[in-house]
Design a protein around this ligand. Structure first.
Ligand code: NAD
Length: 369
């Protein structure tokens, strides 16, 4: 077992906060990866980890990913994440989340939380009773609500950027797209694809979700394992991670992979290269799905859905920048994306700390005579 400091040093983490509150049953870890660009924003995952080591590994990995996602999306945010160790189906209580909220408040804005796997908007509303540093609150309470329409739209424009690069086309009309997973994000992606005249094939493991999309958009449903073998132009993973691997990549007939699922490459370095070698253009997942983060980030300034959609439209140019760099350096696109994100973090770290007078400085002096 490596020490916490060794694990933090391995990926340049700034801070890890271990939250322990036996009275409420809270056992959580907050990881702040990098705050060069801004406060560390990232969701709070609730998961029954087999060990504390597993929880630490996960929170360090996820928080670092958030730094890259925020940097590539041109947001003024850093990367953070939290994990609550426990069974999301059995162990959720108001006091557990309020206790977590107090720990978040104690960080005084260095970390901003949100919902993630195993947590919901309701849980975040409990967190909000204790801290202002929480996003992903319901629209009714002035929050950004369900991020998936913005994520789905961002994935759509990301996919179009890949089509532009690979095929030189502005329109996707008539192209064949295979969408894996038609849950929250997949639904919205299929909607945009269908509206623009693509022929869409879908798969899911939940019949109800398939029926909804077939009825609304007339997509053609296929079995979960058949999605990789279809003769299509684009494969859009919108369900699970690690679907690009040794077994699936050799079967793909598409020339583009562009979808919203997180961590699509099973082993980043190997499978990113494998796609490149096969001439398949991979649109890096964390750029394609940045719409979700863009949406919650908007909540910090006062939520405005129009602004969130308009920022998500920028994913098109972000992807073109990544593809251009990948071409120039002759490297896989996932590497180019990391380079673009790292460059922004590095550039912003060069900004000098000019002295800024406190906003109320003059006022205070007056009041104090
Ligand atoms: P979701 O749970 O609503 O949808 C996922 C869908 O995939 C479900 O309908 C599920 O039944 C289906 N599915 C699961 N296993 C499958 C399989 N083996 N084959 C086919 N379908 C399968 O989740 P979501 O919010 O739509 O997110 C989808 C992906 O996008 C996830 O990887 C998520 O991390 C990522 N993502 C989502 C957002 C967002 O705004 N919701 C933002 C960024 C990234």
């Amino acid at each position: 077992m490596q020490s916490v400091f060794e694990a933090m040093n391995a990926k340049d983490h700034e801070q890890v906060v271990v939250c322990n509150d036996p009275d409420t049953g809270l056992k959580a870890i907050i990881a702040i990866h990098d705050t060069t660009i801004g406060p560390a924003l990232g969701g709070c995952r609730m998961w029954n980890y087999e060990s504390e080591d597993d929880a630490l590994t996960d929170v360090l990995r996820l928080s670092r990913g958030m730094s890259y996602k925020a940097a590539i999306a041109s947001l003024n945010l850093g990367g953070g994440k939290a994990v609550i160790i426990g069974d999301a189906k059995k162990q959720k209580t108001e006091i557990l989340f309020r206790s977590f909220g107090r720990f978040v408040e104690g960080l005084n804005g260095r970390y901003i939380t949100a919902e993630d796997v195993g947590t919901t908007v309701t849980d975040m509303e409990w967190v909000r009773m204790e801290t202002q540093y929480v996003t992903g609150i319901s629209r009714a309470l002035g929050g950004s609500g369900d991020p998936s329409p913005v994520t789905g739209f961002g994935a759509f424009v990301g996919l179009k950027a890949a089509v532009k690069k690979q095929m030189g086309r502005d329109s996707i009309s008539g192209l064949k797209v295979a969408v894996q997973g038609v849950g929250h994000v997949g639904f919205h992606l299929v909607k945009h694809l269908s509206e623009e005249g693509a022929k869409v094939f879908i798969t899911d493991i939940v019949d109800e979700n398939i029926k909804r999309v077939v009825n609304e958009f007339g997509s053609e449903a296929v079995g979960p394992d058949d999605i990789y073998d279809l003769d299509v132009d684009i494969y859009a993973p919108c369900a699970l991670g690690a679907t690009l691997n040794d077994e699936t990549i050799p079967n793909l007939k598409c020339s583009i992979v562009a979808g919203a699922a997180n961590n699509q490459l099973k082993v980043e370095s190997e499978h990113g290269q494998m796609l490149k070698d096969r001439g398949i253009l991979y649109a890096p997942d964390y750029a394609v799905n940045a719409g979700g983060l863009i949406n919650v980030a908007n909540e910090i300034e006062g939520y405005n859905r129009e602004r969130a959609f308009s920022q998500a439209e920028g994913i098109y140019d972000i992807l073109l920048t990544i593809f251009k760099l990948a071409n120039k350096e002759n490297i896989p696109t996932h590497k180019a994306a990391n380079m673009v994100a790292e460059k922004r973090m590095e550039d912003i770290s060069k900004l000098k700390n000019f002295y800024l007078p406190k906003k109320n400085f003059m006022g205070k002096r007056d009041n104090n005579g």
